[in-house]
Design a binder for this molecule. Structure first.
Ligand SMILES: *Cc1c(COP(=O)(O)O)cnc(C)c1O
Length: 231
């Protein structure tokens, strides 16, 4: 199926999830996760009005940023190594994967050098999966407080990558948990910290995530088809 047709279906499902949960469509942003996919497919999505794109490799984000119109919004959603922060800061509108103090320090340093403030989401490992990065839920508040002192990072909220499951209902507990954590930390009114964004939900579970309060959903396969990593 074409990118345009896939987008129509995803859009329909987003609208229905918003309706079910009494939310407004404009409060949910669809991020088209274009990792491994060619620029031509990104242009097909742009033709349908998509402006937010997600990448998980710093150099790939940089390369696509350089060749595409500058008014697109690039989201860094993947594991980010300190020495690759420089490709992302100044190009991405948001880093979703802030999950360690070392990374925060590297972002702070590069953003200071570039004289800008980098919007970030704190990645929380809700399911406690060893294979995944992110802060444990119980350490999130302390982490947020520490990073709030960094002048060139602005925290905007939280992100989680839920486990890969067949039944998306199984991830509802993790999405609800992230939302509760965000509400709790938001109530503390920590200086220099905003808790407006919840980045959660992928192709397999974005509807449940929207029902639980996602403001940013990250959909790749559902828009661009399966990825081929053997290329
Ligand atoms: C690849 C990726 C996605 C998109 O996954 P799909 O299942 O293809 O929708 C979302 N979030 C992150 C962090 C990813 O790496």
């Amino acid at each position: 199926m074409s990118v345009a047709e896939n987008l129509r279906q995803i859009e329909q499902r987003i609208c229905e999830a918003c309706e079910r949960s009494g939310r407004r469509r404009e409060d949910v942003t669809l991020i088209a996760v274009s990792k491994t996919k060619p620029v031509s497919m990104i242009q097909e999505a742009m033709d349908q009005g998509i402006v937010d794109f997600g990448e998980n490799k710093p150099q790939e984000l940089r390369d696509k940023y350089e060749v595409l119109p500058k008014d697109l919004h690039w989201h860094m959603i993947g594991n980010l190594q300190r020495n690759k922060v420089k490709y992302v800061v100044g190009r991405a509108v948001m880093i979703h994967s802030l999950g360690s103090l070392e990374l925060a320090e590297a972002i702070e340093k590069d953003a200071a050098r570039k004289n800008l403030v980098m919007p970030c989401l704190v990645e929380v490992n809700m399911a406690g999966e060893e294979s995944k990065g992110g802060i444990a839920p119980g350490q999130a508040e302390e982490f947020v407080r520490t990073v709030s002192a960094f002048e060139h990072i602005q925290i905007h909220g939280f992100m989680t990558i839920a486990p890969f499951v067949d039944d998306p209902e199984l991830n509802r507990v993790h999405f609800r948990g992230l939302r509760n954590l965000a509400v709790d930390i938001g109530r503390k009114n920590i200086d220099n910290v905003m808790v407006n964004e919840l980045s959660m939900g992928m192709t397999g579970d974005f509807e449940v995530a929207i029902e639980e309060g996602a403001t940013l959903v990250r959909v790749g396969t559902g828009i661009f088809g399966e990825r081929n990593y053997s290329l």
